[in-house]
Ligand binder design. Structure first.
Ligand code: HEC
Length: 242
């Protein structure tokens, strides 16, 4: 019996730990892997703005092109900056040791980030960078306090400041963001771009999801047809017995 209590306690530890990490509400994000144009736009942002520091070392350029319906020539022209062979993995040229010296911590591989952190966290993280003169990079993040990553998308998003209100128990409560300088996109356009990026990151974490849905439909059709034949066969076998 005691073991059961222990198992229940252990099952709740991660939830409790996560809950303690951040109490700030996450905005919802709709992930739709059938939306190929959105996946392509997300891929474009990823290779242009993220691949210089982060790798996606479980994915090859040609597979990405095939899955997203982009021809090999277009992949080579528009999406490949870190390598020259379309069959290569999406690795990064920045040496790990240098990255650690520059940022204090090497940028992690991002292939599985929406699986470890969840798509919703990722979407909110990307929209929550704010100016903070107290950090080394001058940036901070609402969902990743004292993050070593600068806001690489501030050209699109603009620069925002976070407003906190001190509470009696010494902690600060987040009130909202204030625009310091607008970016090239409106907030709505930027949210859409981050949805595209989230969509792409979910695809990156599990490319087989694209195929799985399609195969699932065929399997169900097969089973439906098979039921008819199985039933006819059963009727035939039992004919003489009844
Ligand atoms: C200038 C280098 C640089 C660029 C460019 C960059 N990042 Fe980062 N990123 C970092 C560093 C360094 C960290 C580690 C932060 C830490 O642990 O404090 C990080 C951390 C992250 C994390 C958190 C990972 C985790 O689970 O801990 C995510 C998500 C992320 N980056 C996404 C992106 C995306 C998406 C882009 C492209 C839009 C991008 N980054 C571009 C340097 C970069």
């Amino acid at each position: 019996m005691r073991n059961i209590y222990l198992a229940i306690c252990i099952a709740f530890i991660p939830a409790a730990a996560l809950a303690a990490e951040s109490t700030i509400k996450l905005d919802p994000v709709e992930v739709d892997l059938q939306d190929k144009p959105s996946l392509r736009r997300g891929a474009r942002i990823f290779v242009n703005y993220c691949l210089s520091c982060h790798s996606a070392a479980y994915m090859r350029y040609d597979r990405m092109g095939r899955d997203l319906g982009i021809s090999e020539e277009l992949v080579e022209e528009n999406l490949m900056f870190a390598t020259d062979k379309v069959g290569n993995l999406m690795t990064v040229t920045m040496p790990r040791a240098d990255a650690e010296t520059w940022f204090g911590v090497a940028p992690p591989d991002l292939t599985l980030v929406t699986r470890s952190r969840g798509p919703q966290w990722f979407y909110n993280y990307m929209r929550s960078f704010y100016r903070d003169p107290k950090t080394v990079s001058g940036w901070n993040n609402l969902h990743f306090p004292d993050v070593a990553m600068p806001n690489v998308l501030y050209g699109m998003q603009g620069v925002q400041r976070a407003v906190f209100e001190p509470k009696e128990d010494g902690t600060k409560e987040f009130q909202g963001f204030e625009v310091e300088r607008p970016g090239a996109m409106t907030p709505k356009e930027f949210d859409q771009a981050m949805r595209d990026l989230t969509n792409f990151m979910v695809y990156l974490g599990e490319p087989a999801r694209l195929v799985r849905g399609r195969i699932g439909v065929y399997v169900l059709i097969f089973l439906a047809v098979f039921v008819v034949f199985a039933y006819l066969l059963k009727r035939n076998y039992w004919k003489d017995i009844h």
